[in-house]
Design a protein around this ligand. Structure first.
Ligand SMILES: [Cu+2]
Length: 125
């Protein structure tokens, strides 16, 4: 026989364990669920464009942004609770780069260095 009182302790420990699991599981689930990867095409030419696009795409909530010069595909990893792909596309358009999601305003496009003006130029580097 266990000494009196120790059984209560065992039950309390088990309850504590159950509560810990119950309360931490949704938190863990929410965290792993709050991450999204998306890829969309962004127009651009060179490594300068790459830097500009990736910097712009790094809005609040973005964990990773990578633009491929060859395929013109921008890969973003972000928290859907903090931002959206549309928000990222907006930020990218603001620095002059059109994407399949959003056309950049002509005035923003004209701000690009000449070689980066992808509609009429191409730079080789
Ligand atoms: Cu460029």
């Amino acid at each position: 026989m266990l000494p009196p009182g120790s059984q209560t302790i065992v039950i309390m420990k088990q309850l504590l364990l159950i509560f810990t699991i119950l309360f931490s599981a949704p938190a863990l689930f929410a965290q792993t669920n709050d991450i999204k990867t998306e890829a969309f095409k962004v127009e651009g030419n060179c490594n300068m464009c790459k830097k500009r696009i990736e910097k712009a795409a790094f809005v609040k909530g973005v964990k990773r942004a990578e633009w491929d010069k060859e395929s013109h595909v921008l890969n973003v990893v972000y928290r859907p609770s903090k931002t959206t792909a549309t928000e990222i596309a907006k930020a990218v358009a603001k620095v002059g780069h059109s994407s399949e999601k959003l056309e950049a305003a002509e005035a923003d496009y004209k701000e690009l260095p000449q070689c980066c003006q992808y509609k009429t130029h191409s730079c080789n580097d």
